[in-house]
Ligand binder design. Structure first.
Ligand code: F6P
Length: 376
């Protein structure tokens, strides 16, 4: 009997990041060229699965994309079980499964971050064969040392800090630079160390204005009349951190759907209010030190453009390893980067687990060793 040709779907979901196309190509070339599989892409992440918007992928489609930023498949932040359809929230899980069936897919490869891992795991529980490849500039995916996108973003943020140094220095100013990373401080910490920021603030360490102002005054006394403060978008001062922790405790103690929904709304409103923390910090530092302060929000620049060599390599490595797993019919797996290797990790252990910066991490020690203030 002739061997059945495996048919595979692939998609990119969540925020885009450099290296997505390298991973599509890495998986696709191995799947098509090496294993003789058939491959289709879903457009715009999980929304494309629900709407059955597909594109056939052959080796020509994969040519010339290694160096291209963003994702040629498009992306979205949709969730299968809570999708906005004509203004209503609808569970599209069954439709998604039916579309995979219609396309005769043996498996779907989800390229995405923590949210995508959760969604892939939900669909795996509903019966879909899935593989997850970890991408995100936030580097917050559990069990993987690095996710593709992080290295390029780290380079961009470091370059920005370098540039901000010369203008901060010339104007004798404090420049507060807000760096992405969602709830984790990897990007701000890494770029802060590499760019020689004077203060680095991350979500894992609650900061106090007094401590930061004291560090800046000390620098001024030593003749450095400027400071660069790298703040992760999720960093909070001690009061905001306490408020958020209280809101989280309230949410986990909520014992009815009404109480849960009220606690969730309260937590979300706090998170929304904390979004402008970089601006609040700059104002407070100006008042506390008398030094003029400015804010730069790096924003989407951090995840746009050409992936660097490391992210191209990582995407290629993890993509190829993903194809090996599909060939062996091993599903429900995140292909993690551990050391130099691509290591299969159960997706259920990755989904819903955030990798934040441990307080005893060598990067924090390194920052403190060179005299960088961590705001505590
Ligand atoms: O997860 C990647 C990321 O860029 C985070 O650093 C940031 O918090 C978030 O996405 C921004 O999300 P959106 O693209 O939905 O604005």
């Amino acid at each position: 009997m002739a061997k059945k040709i495996q048919r595979v779907g692939i998609l990119t979901a969540g925020g885009d990041s450099p290296g997505l196309n390298a991973a599509i190509r890495g998986f696709g070339k191995a799947a098509i060229g090496h294993y003789g599989m058939e491959l289709i892409g879903f457009r715009d992440g999980i929304r494309g699965m629900a709407e059955n918007r597909t594109i056939p992928i052959d080796s020509r489609f994969l040519s010339g994309i290694l160096t291209v930023g963003g994702t040629i498949l498009g992306t979205s932040r949709d969730k299968p079980h809570k999708m906005n359809v004509n203004g209503k929230t609808v569970d599209m899980t069954d439709t998604i499964l039916a579309n995979c069936e219609k396309n005769k897919l043996d498996c779907v490869v989800f390229i995405g971050g923590g949210g995508t891992a959760k969604n892939a795991n939900r669909l795996a529980k509903a019966g879909l064969n899935v593989i997850h490849l970890p991408k995100t500039i936030d580097n917050d995916i559990a069990h993987t040392d690095t996710s593709f996108g992080f290295s390029t973003a780290l380079g961009i943020a470091t370059d920005a800090i370098d540039r901000l140094h010369s203008t901060a220095h010339s104007h004798h100013r404090i420049i507060v630079v807000e760096i992405m990373g969602h709830k984790a401080g990897w990007l701000a910490l890494g770029a802060g160390i590499a760019g020689g920021a004077d203060i680095i603030l991350i979500p894992e360490i609650a900061y106090s204005i007094d401590s930061i102002a004291a560090s800046i005054r000390k620098r001024a006394e030593a003749g450095h009349s400027f400071s660069v403060v790298a703040i992760a978008e999720g960093a909070r001062d001690t009061q905001d951190t306490a408020d958020l922790e209280a809101a989280e405790a309230l949410l986990s103690a909520a014992d009815s759907p009404e109480a849960k929904s009220a606690a969730k709304m309260h937590k979300q409103s706090l998170e929304l209010a904390h979004r402008g923390n970089a601006f609040k910090l700059a104002e407070e530092l100006e008042a506390a030190t008398g030094l003029e302060s400015r804010v730069t929000v790096l924003g989407y620049v951090q995840r746009g453009g050409t992936p660097n060599a490391e992210d191209r390599m990582l995407g290629t490595l993890l993509g190829g390893a993903g194809a090996d797993l599909v060939a062996k019919k091993k599903y429900g797996i995140t292909v993690a980067a551990q050391g130099q290797a691509a290591v299969p990790v159960p997706l259920k252990d990755v989904a819903g687990t955030l990798k934040t910066v441990p307080l005893d991490h060598p990067w924090i020690t390194a920052a403190r060793h060179v005299g960088t203030g961590m705001g505590d």
